[in-house]
Design a binder for this molecule. Sequence first.
Ligand SMILES: CCCCCCCCCC/C=C/CC(=O)SCCNC(=O)CCNC(=O)[C@H](O)C(C)(C)COP(=O)(O)OP(=O)(O)OC[C@H]1O[C@@H](n2cnc3c(N)ncnc32)[C@H](O)[C@@H]1OP(=O)(O)O
Length: 289
Amino acid sequence: MALASRARALLPGARSWGAVLARVTAQRAMSHRVVVETDAAAGVAVMKFRNPPVNSLSLEMVTELVINLEKLENDKTVRGLIFTSESPGVFSSGLNLLDMYGRNPAHYAEYWKAVQELWLRLYQCPMVTVATINGACPAGGCLISMTCDYRVMADNPKYTIGLNETQLGIVAPFWFKDTLVNTIGYRASEISLQLGLLYPPAEALRVGIVDKVVPEDQVHSAALAVMAQWLAIPDHARQLTKAMLRKPTVDNLVRQRDADIQQFVSFISRDSIQKGLQMYLQMLKQKKA
Ligand SMILES: CCCCCCCCCC/C=C/CC(=O)SCCNC(=O)CCNC(=O)[C@H](O)C(C)(C)COP(=O)(O)OP(=O)(O)OC[C@H]1O[C@@H](n2cnc3c(N)ncnc32)[C@H](O)[C@@H]1OP(=O)(O)O
Protein backbone atom coordinates (compact mmCIF):
# COMPACT_ATOMS: atom_id res chain seq x y z
CA MET A 1 0.00 0.00 0.00
CA ALA A 2 1.30 3.46 -0.84
CA LEU A 3 2.63 5.70 1.90
CA ALA A 4 -0.29 8.11 1.74
CA SER A 5 -2.81 5.23 1.84
CA ARG A 6 -1.06 3.77 4.85
CA ALA A 7 -1.05 7.13 6.54
CA ARG A 8 -4.75 7.55 5.76
CA ALA A 9 -5.51 4.11 7.18
CA LEU A 10 -3.59 4.99 10.31
CA LEU A 11 -5.00 8.45 10.68
CA PRO A 12 -8.70 7.87 10.21
CA GLY A 13 -9.59 11.23 11.75
CA ALA A 14 -8.22 13.02 8.69
CA ARG A 15 -10.90 13.72 6.08
CA SER A 16 -8.87 14.38 2.94
CA TRP A 17 -5.54 13.62 1.34
CA GLY A 18 -4.41 17.11 2.14
CA ALA A 19 -5.30 16.62 5.80
CA VAL A 20 -3.48 13.29 5.93
CA LEU A 21 -0.35 14.67 4.36
CA ALA A 22 -0.48 17.83 6.44
CA ARG A 23 -0.75 15.77 9.61
CA VAL A 24 2.03 13.36 8.70
CA THR A 25 4.24 16.21 7.50
CA ALA A 26 3.52 18.13 10.68
CA GLN A 27 4.44 15.10 12.77
CA ARG A 28 7.67 14.74 10.84
CA ALA A 29 8.48 18.41 11.09
CA MET A 30 7.85 18.42 14.82
CA SER A 31 10.30 15.70 15.62
CA HIS A 32 11.85 12.49 14.48
CA ARG A 33 11.16 9.82 17.02
CA VAL A 34 12.76 7.28 14.76
CA VAL A 35 16.15 7.75 13.14
CA VAL A 36 17.10 5.56 10.19
CA GLU A 37 20.69 5.11 9.08
CA THR A 38 21.25 3.07 5.95
CA ASP A 39 24.46 1.37 4.85
CA ALA A 40 23.62 0.87 1.19
CA ALA A 41 26.77 -1.13 0.46
CA ALA A 42 25.96 -3.65 3.19
CA GLY A 43 22.22 -3.56 2.44
CA VAL A 44 21.49 -2.93 6.12
CA ALA A 45 19.48 -0.17 7.81
CA VAL A 46 19.53 0.65 11.50
CA MET A 47 16.34 2.07 12.98
CA LYS A 48 17.05 3.90 16.22
CA PHE A 49 14.33 4.77 18.71
CA ARG A 50 14.54 8.39 19.84
CA ASN A 51 11.47 9.19 21.90
CA PRO A 52 12.69 10.56 25.23
CA PRO A 53 12.57 9.92 28.06
CA VAL A 54 11.90 6.17 27.71
CA ASN A 55 11.05 5.44 24.03
CA SER A 56 7.41 4.76 24.83
CA LEU A 57 5.40 3.69 21.80
CA SER A 58 3.15 6.72 21.52
CA LEU A 59 0.69 7.04 18.63
CA GLU A 60 3.12 9.38 16.88
CA MET A 61 6.06 7.03 17.43
CA VAL A 62 4.08 4.01 16.20
CA THR A 63 2.98 5.95 13.11
CA GLU A 64 6.56 6.99 12.37
CA LEU A 65 7.74 3.40 12.78
CA VAL A 66 5.13 2.15 10.31
CA ILE A 67 5.92 4.85 7.76
CA ASN A 68 9.67 4.24 7.99
CA LEU A 69 9.18 0.49 7.72
CA GLU A 70 7.15 0.89 4.57
CA LYS A 71 9.81 3.14 3.08
CA LEU A 72 12.52 0.59 3.81
CA GLU A 73 10.45 -2.28 2.46
CA ASN A 74 10.13 -0.36 -0.80
CA ASP A 75 13.87 0.22 -0.94
CA LYS A 76 15.14 -2.89 -2.68
CA THR A 77 18.74 -2.16 -1.67
CA VAL A 78 17.90 -2.79 1.99
CA ARG A 79 17.81 -6.48 2.95
CA GLY A 80 18.34 -6.27 6.68
CA LEU A 81 17.01 -4.04 9.46
CA ILE A 82 18.36 -3.59 12.98
CA PHE A 83 16.30 -2.00 15.75
CA THR A 84 17.94 -0.34 18.70
CA SER A 85 17.63 2.59 21.09
CA GLU A 86 19.62 5.70 20.30
CA SER A 87 20.25 6.10 24.05
CA PRO A 88 21.34 2.95 25.89
CA GLY A 89 19.42 2.33 29.11
CA VAL A 90 15.93 1.89 27.73
CA PHE A 91 15.25 0.00 24.50
CA SER A 92 11.54 0.81 24.75
CA SER A 93 9.27 1.18 27.78
CA GLY A 94 6.44 -0.37 25.76
CA LEU A 95 3.11 1.07 24.79
CA ASN A 96 2.59 4.64 25.82
CA LEU A 97 0.53 4.55 29.00
CA LEU A 98 -0.66 8.09 28.27
CA ASP A 99 -2.31 6.86 25.05
CA MET A 100 -4.24 4.34 27.14
CA TYR A 101 -5.15 6.47 30.12
CA GLY A 102 -7.64 9.34 30.41
CA ARG A 103 -8.45 9.50 26.69
CA ASN A 104 -11.70 8.95 24.79
CA PRO A 105 -12.84 5.75 23.02
CA ALA A 106 -12.04 7.21 19.56
CA HIS A 107 -8.47 7.80 20.64
CA TYR A 108 -8.14 4.30 22.10
CA ALA A 109 -9.45 2.83 18.83
CA GLU A 110 -7.08 4.91 16.72
CA TYR A 111 -4.16 3.97 18.94
CA TRP A 112 -4.93 0.27 18.92
CA LYS A 113 -5.35 0.19 15.16
CA ALA A 114 -1.91 1.73 14.79
CA VAL A 115 -0.36 -0.76 17.23
CA GLN A 116 -1.95 -3.66 15.34
CA GLU A 117 -0.63 -2.23 12.08
CA LEU A 118 2.89 -2.00 13.45
CA TRP A 119 2.84 -5.60 14.69
CA LEU A 120 1.38 -6.92 11.42
CA ARG A 121 4.00 -5.11 9.38
CA LEU A 122 6.92 -6.10 11.60
CA TYR A 123 5.90 -9.72 12.00
CA GLN A 124 5.63 -10.11 8.22
CA CYS A 125 8.63 -7.97 7.38
CA PRO A 126 10.46 -9.44 4.37
CA MET A 127 13.79 -8.00 5.56
CA VAL A 128 15.96 -9.82 8.09
CA THR A 129 15.13 -8.10 11.38
CA VAL A 130 17.42 -8.06 14.42
CA ALA A 131 16.66 -6.39 17.75
CA THR A 132 19.69 -4.97 19.51
CA ILE A 133 18.35 -4.71 23.04
CA ASN A 134 20.50 -2.11 24.73
CA GLY A 135 18.21 -1.29 27.65
CA ALA A 136 15.01 -2.07 29.50
CA CYS A 137 12.52 -3.86 27.30
CA PRO A 138 9.15 -4.40 28.99
CA ALA A 139 5.75 -5.19 27.45
CA GLY A 140 5.32 -3.50 24.05
CA GLY A 141 9.12 -3.14 23.81
CA CYS A 142 9.41 -6.89 24.28
CA LEU A 143 6.68 -7.41 21.66
CA ILE A 144 8.64 -5.38 19.10
CA SER A 145 11.78 -7.43 19.85
CA MET A 146 9.87 -10.69 19.56
CA THR A 147 8.61 -9.78 16.10
CA CYS A 148 12.25 -9.71 14.97
CA ASP A 149 14.02 -12.73 13.54
CA TYR A 150 16.76 -12.55 16.19
CA ARG A 151 17.40 -10.79 19.49
CA VAL A 152 20.78 -9.75 20.89
CA MET A 153 20.74 -8.36 24.44
CA ALA A 154 23.37 -6.36 26.27
CA ASP A 155 24.64 -8.14 29.38
CA ASN A 156 23.62 -5.58 31.97
CA PRO A 157 21.64 -6.93 34.96
CA LYS A 158 19.73 -3.63 35.17
CA TYR A 159 18.06 -4.42 31.83
CA THR A 160 15.06 -6.72 31.82
CA ILE A 161 12.75 -8.05 29.13
CA GLY A 162 9.31 -9.64 29.22
CA LEU A 163 5.57 -9.18 28.93
CA ASN A 164 4.74 -7.69 32.33
CA GLU A 165 1.14 -6.69 31.54
CA THR A 166 -0.45 -8.59 34.45
CA GLN A 167 1.70 -6.61 36.87
CA LEU A 168 -0.09 -3.48 35.61
CA GLY A 169 -3.48 -5.17 36.03
CA ILE A 170 -3.95 -5.45 32.27
CA VAL A 171 -4.18 -8.46 30.02
CA ALA A 172 -1.86 -9.06 27.09
CA PRO A 173 -4.00 -9.48 23.96
CA PHE A 174 -4.05 -12.87 22.21
CA TRP A 175 -1.58 -11.80 19.53
CA PHE A 176 0.97 -10.71 22.16
CA LYS A 177 0.46 -14.14 23.72
CA ASP A 178 0.76 -15.88 20.33
CA THR A 179 4.03 -14.07 19.66
CA LEU A 180 5.40 -15.11 23.06
CA VAL A 181 4.33 -18.74 22.59
CA ASN A 182 6.00 -18.76 19.16
CA THR A 183 9.17 -17.45 20.80
CA ILE A 184 9.54 -19.42 24.05
CA GLY A 185 6.97 -22.23 23.82
CA TYR A 186 3.68 -22.89 25.58
CA ARG A 187 4.66 -23.95 29.11
CA ALA A 188 7.22 -21.19 29.53
CA SER A 189 4.59 -18.72 28.27
CA GLU A 190 2.04 -19.93 30.83
CA ILE A 191 4.45 -19.04 33.61
CA SER A 192 5.90 -15.94 32.01
CA LEU A 193 2.64 -14.28 30.98
CA GLN A 194 0.58 -15.02 34.09
CA LEU A 195 3.30 -13.80 36.43
CA GLY A 196 4.22 -10.89 34.14
CA LEU A 197 7.88 -11.84 34.42
CA LEU A 198 10.68 -9.48 33.45
CA TYR A 199 13.92 -11.39 32.87
CA PRO A 200 17.46 -10.07 33.32
CA PRO A 201 19.82 -11.09 30.49
CA ALA A 202 21.03 -14.50 31.75
CA GLU A 203 17.48 -15.66 32.52
CA ALA A 204 16.19 -14.18 29.28
CA LEU A 205 18.71 -16.30 27.40
CA ARG A 206 17.83 -19.39 29.41
CA VAL A 207 14.09 -19.06 28.70
CA GLY A 208 14.80 -18.21 25.04
CA ILE A 209 13.17 -14.80 24.91
CA VAL A 210 16.53 -13.54 23.57
CA ASP A 211 18.94 -15.48 21.39
CA LYS A 212 22.30 -14.03 22.43
CA VAL A 213 23.67 -12.05 25.38
CA VAL A 214 26.91 -10.15 24.88
CA PRO A 215 28.92 -7.53 26.79
CA GLU A 216 27.27 -4.15 26.45
CA ASP A 217 30.08 -2.65 24.36
CA GLN A 218 29.78 -5.49 21.82
CA VAL A 219 26.03 -5.45 21.33
CA HIS A 220 26.08 -3.60 18.01
CA SER A 221 28.97 -5.57 16.49
CA ALA A 222 27.27 -8.80 17.59
CA ALA A 223 24.04 -7.72 15.86
CA LEU A 224 25.94 -6.94 12.68
CA ALA A 225 27.62 -10.37 12.77
CA VAL A 226 24.23 -12.07 13.19
CA MET A 227 22.87 -9.98 10.32
CA ALA A 228 25.75 -11.05 8.05
CA GLN A 229 24.98 -14.71 8.82
CA TRP A 230 21.28 -14.30 7.98
CA LEU A 231 21.98 -12.26 4.84
CA ALA A 232 24.08 -15.14 3.51
CA ILE A 233 20.84 -17.03 2.90
CA PRO A 234 19.11 -16.29 -0.43
CA ASP A 235 16.31 -13.76 0.24
CA HIS A 236 13.51 -15.55 -1.61
CA ALA A 237 14.01 -18.85 0.25
CA ARG A 238 14.28 -17.17 3.65
CA GLN A 239 11.34 -14.83 3.02
CA LEU A 240 9.00 -17.62 1.91
CA THR A 241 10.05 -19.74 4.90
CA LYS A 242 9.41 -16.85 7.29
CA ALA A 243 6.01 -16.15 5.74
CA MET A 244 5.05 -19.83 5.98
CA LEU A 245 6.04 -20.01 9.65
CA ARG A 246 4.26 -16.78 10.65
CA LYS A 247 1.14 -16.85 8.46
CA PRO A 248 -1.16 -18.69 10.90
CA THR A 249 -0.37 -16.20 13.68
CA VAL A 250 -0.85 -13.23 11.35
CA ASP A 251 -4.12 -14.62 9.96
CA ASN A 252 -5.41 -15.04 13.48
CA LEU A 253 -5.29 -11.29 14.06
CA VAL A 254 -6.29 -10.28 10.51
CA ARG A 255 -9.49 -12.34 10.87
CA GLN A 256 -10.56 -10.46 13.99
CA ARG A 257 -8.94 -7.05 13.77
CA ASP A 258 -12.09 -5.01 14.34
CA ALA A 259 -13.29 -7.22 17.17
CA ASP A 260 -9.85 -6.90 18.78
CA ILE A 261 -10.08 -3.09 18.58
CA GLN A 262 -13.53 -3.13 20.16
CA GLN A 263 -12.35 -5.46 22.89
CA PHE A 264 -9.37 -3.22 23.62
CA VAL A 265 -11.51 -0.07 23.75
CA SER A 266 -14.06 -1.62 26.05
CA PHE A 267 -11.38 -3.16 28.31
CA ILE A 268 -9.18 -0.09 28.60
CA SER A 269 -12.18 2.22 29.19
CA ARG A 270 -13.27 0.32 32.29
CA ASP A 271 -13.08 2.37 35.46
CA SER A 272 -11.17 -0.37 37.26
CA ILE A 273 -8.53 -0.54 34.49
CA GLN A 274 -8.20 3.24 34.31
CA LYS A 275 -7.79 3.35 38.09
CA GLY A 276 -5.09 0.66 37.88
CA LEU A 277 -3.21 2.58 35.16
CA GLN A 278 -3.44 5.77 37.21
CA MET A 279 -1.92 3.99 40.21
CA TYR A 280 0.82 2.50 38.04
CA LEU A 281 1.71 5.94 36.62
CA GLN A 282 1.80 7.33 40.16
CA MET A 283 4.04 4.47 41.23
CA LEU A 284 6.47 5.28 38.38
CA LYS A 285 6.55 8.92 39.50
CA GLN A 286 7.11 8.00 43.16
CA LYS A 287 9.86 5.56 42.25
CA LYS A 288 11.58 8.45 40.49
CA ALA A 289 11.14 10.79 43.46
C1 LIG B 1 -9.92 -9.55 27.77
C2 LIG B 1 -8.75 -9.21 26.93
C3 LIG B 1 -8.80 -7.81 26.46
C4 LIG B 1 -7.46 -7.38 25.95
C5 LIG B 1 -7.38 -5.91 25.98
C6 LIG B 1 -6.00 -5.41 25.88
C7 LIG B 1 -5.52 -4.74 27.13
C8 LIG B 1 -4.41 -3.79 26.97
C9 LIG B 1 -3.16 -4.39 26.54
C10 LIG B 1 -2.13 -3.34 26.43
C11 LIG B 1 -0.88 -3.91 26.53
C12 LIG B 1 0.08 -3.12 27.04
C13 LIG B 1 1.42 -3.35 26.78
C14 LIG B 1 2.33 -2.22 27.28
O1 LIG B 1 3.31 -2.00 26.66
S1 LIG B 1 1.89 -1.27 28.66
C15 LIG B 1 3.38 -0.42 29.11
C16 LIG B 1 4.16 -1.27 30.03
N1 LIG B 1 5.41 -0.64 30.36
C17 LIG B 1 5.94 -0.70 31.56
O2 LIG B 1 5.41 -1.30 32.47
C18 LIG B 1 7.22 0.04 31.77
C19 LIG B 1 7.06 1.16 32.72
N2 LIG B 1 8.29 1.91 32.83
C20 LIG B 1 9.36 1.49 33.53
O3 LIG B 1 9.41 0.43 34.12
C21 LIG B 1 10.53 2.44 33.57
O4 LIG B 1 10.08 3.70 33.14
C22 LIG B 1 11.71 2.02 32.68
C23 LIG B 1 11.30 1.72 31.26
C24 LIG B 1 12.42 0.78 33.29
C25 LIG B 1 12.75 3.18 32.65
O5 LIG B 1 13.08 3.55 33.97
P1 LIG B 1 13.71 4.99 34.25
O6 LIG B 1 14.05 5.00 35.70
O7 LIG B 1 14.79 5.25 33.27
O8 LIG B 1 12.57 6.04 33.90
P2 LIG B 1 11.30 6.44 34.78
O9 LIG B 1 11.71 7.47 35.78
O10 LIG B 1 10.63 5.23 35.32
O11 LIG B 1 10.33 7.06 33.70
C26 LIG B 1 10.56 8.36 33.13
C27 LIG B 1 9.24 8.96 32.74
O12 LIG B 1 8.64 8.14 31.73
C28 LIG B 1 7.34 7.74 32.13
N3 LIG B 1 7.06 6.42 31.56
C29 LIG B 1 7.69 5.27 31.78
N4 LIG B 1 7.18 4.28 31.05
C30 LIG B 1 6.17 4.80 30.35
C31 LIG B 1 5.25 4.28 29.40
N5 LIG B 1 5.26 2.99 29.03
N6 LIG B 1 4.36 5.12 28.87
C32 LIG B 1 4.31 6.40 29.22
N7 LIG B 1 5.17 6.99 30.11
C33 LIG B 1 6.09 6.17 30.65
C34 LIG B 1 7.40 7.73 33.64
O13 LIG B 1 6.12 7.81 34.18
C35 LIG B 1 8.23 8.95 33.88
O14 LIG B 1 7.38 10.08 33.71
P3 LIG B 1 7.57 11.44 34.54
O15 LIG B 1 8.91 11.98 34.12
O16 LIG B 1 7.52 11.07 36.00
O17 LIG B 1 6.43 12.30 34.13
